[in-house]
Design a protein around this ligand. Structure first.
Ligand code: BGC
Length: 727
């Protein structure tokens, strides 16, 4: 992390009155604190979120300002980014986000979201990257470095174990120590220690009995002491519940969603406790030091203040970077007849069927919503890609019932902290409008759209179904009830397949959906995570073969919810208390262990070319200090006819251990581009940490001597070569 002049901090601190200090440690508007004008200390401006800089809200009113000056580049979601398995693209995406945030005058961008995708149903999964801590860590570090190059702070969130939305403010998340250390902490640890994230956001939930934003074990012990963090800890919006506890733990800034700023816990209530002598002013000074350090790092104050990066937004380069990431994140799950040939389609008709063919997603999802400068839908992308010689026609295919309309002009965020009772009262007072659609009307509309789509499918030469979820499901504040595709899409897909067995199915989603009723029957299947401003263009490029797909699933797609650890071991989505009984058995660790065949495994993704893996050369190198490193190398050859990218994945299996260990765990990966016939050598260096586990009795990661199997493959279940090493 950027070193700053600590004397300067003490100098400024001496000048500040208690009131001024208190103004700096809590929100004075929904998205900023108060500055100290007489000392030239500006307010700290924050904004969401991971997919671009959010539009402007009024300071104390959840109504968008509504001007035309806050359109931005819509970036591929964190899920899309993770599916690239590409560290350079993570850096590029972070860089774009940092430049846009700075360009919009922000100091802190509230991302990346890196919570573990523990199961398929979490509403915010699309904002998160993966089920695997190694993949998350490897992408988070360059992402944050990219952001912070523009003198903007990343705010890595939500620390910690915030993997469900149900009862998100109060739920007590029970996770054992080893699981925290091996699964839920590594991404945050890497963000702090390797990337030097200037800020971090405390999560809403309780962790093992204490709210994360008031949790001494989490914030003081793990973050400040174990990881030596000297950045700024910001609460999630409304994540603080008690004054003394929040003041006396390592949290620095309290933010919330209500407009009674002076009554925030770290405002007047804290002042009272200080004046009573119950809390020392030094408690506040500690927080101020961290905030001033942040401001110096960001060149908001101090001698460098005139050297701060200006940022930029909506540049052609940003849109280009978003396109590249989208192209590498879209994942080909099954293939028989792709890519489509322009030549064969000359003078023909293509049907794009399904609402996601034409729908815009950038403006949804909760705090990740943004005002995109534009968003290219698949339909538009295909028309742009094919030009006038092929007729691209559209049918919605399924009906999306209108959501109940709120009469009051407000954002969902205003009501997001209310209990069910409060919400009821609020609605009764302010009035709500139901959608006004009856069940019969919905059924009739569904029937009509389906009939139109089936007719179009019969008439056209080629069919591309584009469905899946949208931000009514992939959304903050609620979890999905099941993994099923909504709006009767399964039936529609099955009927379309009867007419066009070789059609292509494209599924939009931020998390796995149940495809098992038709996945075995479909020829071509593409997974489309929310892919940003040029997502539809990227998809068209892949379908038409201009781009060779190289995305790999960053999480397991189980066949159905009944196969998941949540269902079999529990618990998920409970109110009040949720125990992560699955422990280390998250994602592929669970499916491998239980021998459950998923629909598509972790790391799976096809290419239009093929790759051959050569033999592994493995050497164990011992340093003078006695630490061991395993050096691996192997050759990879593109054996197909087109240029392509392969992600080579390295897993480690402990052959024998005194404690339970998952069957195998991802420890490294490399993405390389190869021309047809080209061979390249890829090398990996695995340090001892790649072989270690967290020992609860030693309170440390330890490596037990013995044999380890190293498995290298194209996915977690397509292992091409393996070798045993002894440490
Ligand atoms: C979300 C955060 C977000 C904050 C500010 C909260 O509801 O959990 O991720 O950054 O609001 O909008």
């Amino acid at each position: 992390m950027r070193k700053v002049d600590e004397n300067k901090i003490e100098e400024i601190l001496k000048e500040l009155t208690l009131d001024e200090k208190l103004d700096m440690i809590h929100g004075n508007a929904f998205f900023h604190t108060k500055g100290v004008e007489r000392l030239g200390i500006p307010p700290l401006y924050t904004s969401d979120g991971p997919m671009g800089v959010r539009y402007e809200y009024h300071d104390a009113n959840w109504v968008p300002v509504g001007l035309s000056d806050d359109y931005v580049t819509y970036l591929p979601s964190n899920t899309a980014l993770a599916a690239t398995w590409n560290r350079e693209l993570a850096y590029e995406t972070g860089k774009v986000l940092g430049e846009e945030a700075r360009g919009r005058g922000k100091d802190v961008i509230l991302g990346p979201g890196i919570n573990i995708k523990r199961g398929p149903l979490c509403g915010r999964n699309f904002e998160y990257m993966s089920e695997d801590p190694k993949l998350i860590s490897e992408l988070t570090v360059p992402f944050i470095k990219g952001v912070q190059e523009s003198d903007v702070a990343a705010c890595v969130k939500h620390f910690a174990a915030n993997s469900q939305e149900t009862d998100r403010l109060m739920v007590d998340t029970i996770v054992d120590e080893r699981t925290l250390q091996e699964i839920y902490f590594p991404g945050f640890k890497a963000a702090v220690r390797e990337a030097g994230s200037y800020t971090i956001m405390g999560a809403y939930n309780k962790l093992n009995g204490e709210h994360c934003c008031e949790n001494k074990e989490l914030l003081d012990k793990v973050l400040r002491s174990d990881w030596e963090y000297d950045g700024t800890i910001i609460s999630d919006w409304g994540g603080v519940h008690r004054t003394k506890e929040a003041a006396e733990c390592a949290l620095d800034i309290e933010m919330s969603v209500t407009d009674n700023f002076d009554e925030y816990y770290l405002a007047n209530p804290l002042k009272k406790l200080i004046e009573n002598g119950e809390i020392s002013e030094e408690t506040v000074n500690k927080k101020i030091r961290n905030i001033l350090r942040l401001m110096l790092r960001l060149k908001m104050i101090g001698d460098d203040a005139d050297k701060r990066a200006a940022g930029s937004f909506n540049t052609p380069e940003h849109r280009e970077a978003a396109l590249k990431t989208a192209q590498e994140g879209i994942t080909l799950l099954k293939n028989k007849t792709l890519p489509l040939s322009r030549k064969k389609l000359y003078g023909k008709r293509i049907a794009v069927i399904g609402q996601n063919g034409a729908k815009i997603h950038s403006n949804g999802g909760g705090s990740a919503e943004i005002k995109a400068l534009f968003e290219i839908s698949p339909l538009l992308g295909l028309k742009m890609g094919l030009g006038g010689n092929t007729k691209v026609e559209y049918a919605g295919g399924y009906y999306i019932p209108m959501p109940p309309q709120q009469k009051f002009a407000t954002s969902w965020q205003e009501t997001s902290l209310m209990s069910k009772e409060e919400l009821k009262e609020f609605c009764a007072k302010n009035g709500t409008l139901e959608s006004g659609e009856t069940k019969e009307q919905i059924e009739e509309r569904t029937r009509k759209l389906k009939a139109e789509a089936l007719k179009l499918a019969e008439e056209c030469d080629e069919v591309i179904f584009v469905g899946g979820l949208n931000h009514d499901f992939d959304v903050e504040g609620g979890d999905r009830k099941d993994m099923k595709l909504p709006y009767n899409q399964d039936e529609l897909i099955l009927e379309l397949l009867e007419r066009k067995p070789d059609m292509t199915v494209v599924i939009f989603a931020g998390s796995p959906v149940d495809m098992h009723r038709w996945a075995g029957k479909v020829s071509n299947l593409v997974y489309m995570p929310y892919s940003g401003i040029r997502g539809g263009e990227a998809l068209a490029g892949i379908l038409l073969g201009d781009v060779n797909p190289s995305g790999k699933l960053p999480e397991t797609f189980p066949k159905c919810y009944e196969d998941t650890p949540m269902f079999r071991i529990g618990e998920f989505g409970t109110e009040g208390r949720v125990e992560f009984k699955d422990g280390l058995k998250v994602g592929y660790r669970y499916y491998d262990d239980e021998g459950i065949e998923p629909e598509f495994c972790f790391g799976h993704g096809l290419s239009y070319t093929s790759f051959e893996y050569g033999d592994i050369t493995a050497n164990v190198i011992k340093s003078a200090e006695g630490t061991q490193t395993v050096q691996l190398s192997m050759s990879i050859t593109n054996t197909g006819a087109v240029i392509g990218k392969e992600t080579v994945q390295v897993y480690v299996a402990d052959k024998e251990c005194s404690v339970y260990r998952p069957k195998k765990e991802l420890k490294d990966f490399a993405k390389l581009e190869l021309k047809p016939g080209e061979t390249r050598t890829v090398s990996f260096k695995l340090g001892e940490d790649a072989f270690s586990f967290y020992s609860v009795s030693n309170k440390a990661f330890v490596t037990e001597p013995g044999e380890f199997e190293i498995l290298i493959g194209s996915s977690s279940r397509d292992i091409r070569k393996s070798v045993v090493v002894t440490l």
